[in-house]
Design a protein around this ligand. Sequence first.
Ligand SMILES: NC(=O)c1ccc[n+]([C@@H]2O[C@H](COP(=O)([O-])OP(=O)(O)OC[C@H]3O[C@@H](n4cnc5c(N)ncnc54)[C@H](O)[C@@H]3O)[C@@H](O)[C@H]2O)c1
Length: 326
Amino acid sequence: MTSTPAPRRVTVTGGAGFIGGNLCRALLAAGCEVTVLDDLSTGDRRNLLDGTGPGTAEPRPIDVRVVEGTILDDAALDDAIAGADTVVHLAALGSVPRSVADPLASHHANATGTLMVLEAARRHGGLHTIVASSSSVYGSNPILPKHEELATRPLSPYAGSKLVTEGYTLAWGTSYGMPTLAFRFFNVFGPLQPAGHAYAAVLPSFVHAALTGTPLTVHGDGTQSRDFTYVGTVVAAITDAVLRRVSSPGPVNLAFGTRVTLLDAIAELEAILGHTVERVHTPNRAGDVPHSQADTTRLGELFPGITPTPFAEGLRATVDWMRTTL
Ligand SMILES: NC(=O)c1ccc[n+]([C@@H]2O[C@H](COP(=O)([O-])OP(=O)(O)OC[C@H]3O[C@@H](n4cnc5c(N)ncnc54)[C@H](O)[C@@H]3O)[C@@H](O)[C@H]2O)c1
C-alpha cells in the first residue's frame, strides 16, 4: 500500500513582497502548506490575493497563513516557524539607494534580521533554511562572469548586509549542522514587482513609465548590463530546492548568464509595445555596479531541471501584468 507523503510545510519570510508573492503561489501549486511572516513595510497584502486587476471578480486571498510581524521579533518568528520543514528567508529592505540613505535600517532588517531567522530555525530543530543574497556582493570586482569563488567587494550598505546574510547562513550550516542554501539573486523582474516609487527597480520603472507615457529615466548612458532573471524561473528554482531539500556549503548564483544592457531592455520594450519610448539620462547613482552576469556552473549542477524563461517572454508577461494594475 502506498501512502500519500505529508505536504511540505514552508515558512516564507517576506512572503507579501514581489518574489515572496510569486513564491507562495509556486509552493501552493507544488502542494506545500505555506505560512508567510511579513511586516508589510515594503510588501503588500494584495500580493497574496488572486484575481486582482480591473474587471476581475472580487479578489480572493490565496491559501496561505499570514503572520503580520517583523523578523526582529522572536514571538512572531516562533509563531510563523513552529512546525515548518523549511524556511525561505526573503524578508529584507531592498534597494541600494535606500541603504545608502539609511544604512542602519538596512542593517537591522537584513543582517540582524537574518541572524534572528537563523536562530529561530535552529530553535525549531535546525530547519532547512534558504536565504536570498544578492549579486551586489560582487560589487566592484570587475571579472565577468561572476562565479561564486570570486572575491566579494560590496559597494553599498545593502550589498554589505547581503554578504552578512549569506555569511551567517553558511556559518549556521557548518556550526550547527543545519541544511542551508544561500542563493545570490541577480536582477529579478516580473509580475507583482512595484514601480512608481523612489526605490523601484529599473525594469518595472521602465515598463510603468512606457505604459503611462512618461519618459524613462536612465541612470548613466544605458550601457550598464544586468543578468535579468524572470521571477517565474527564480521561484521554480526555490520550489525545487524546498522539495528536494537542496543545501550547499557555498553561495549559489540564481541567474542564467544573460547579459542585457538597459538600452537592449528599452529596445525590447519598444518591440513589445510597437512604438518608441522617450528617455532621459541622469548621472550614475552611488553604489551601482557597471556590469553583472552570472556564472551558472554551480546552479546547473544543483538544479539541472530548471530552464530559464527568455528575457523577451518575461518582459512581455511583465507588461501584460502591469497593464492590469493601471
Ligand atoms: N528583486 C531583486 O531583483 C532582488 C535581487 C537580489 C536579492 N533580492 C532579495 O530577495 C528578497 C526579496 O526581494 P523582493 O524584490 O521580493 O523585495 P520586496 O521588498 O518586494 O519583499 C521583501 C518583503 O520583506 C518584507 N520585510 C521587510 N522587512 C521585514 C521585516 N523586518 N520583517 C518582516 N518582513 C519584512 C517586506 O514587507 C516585503 O514584503 C530580498 O531579500 C532581497 O534583498 C532581490
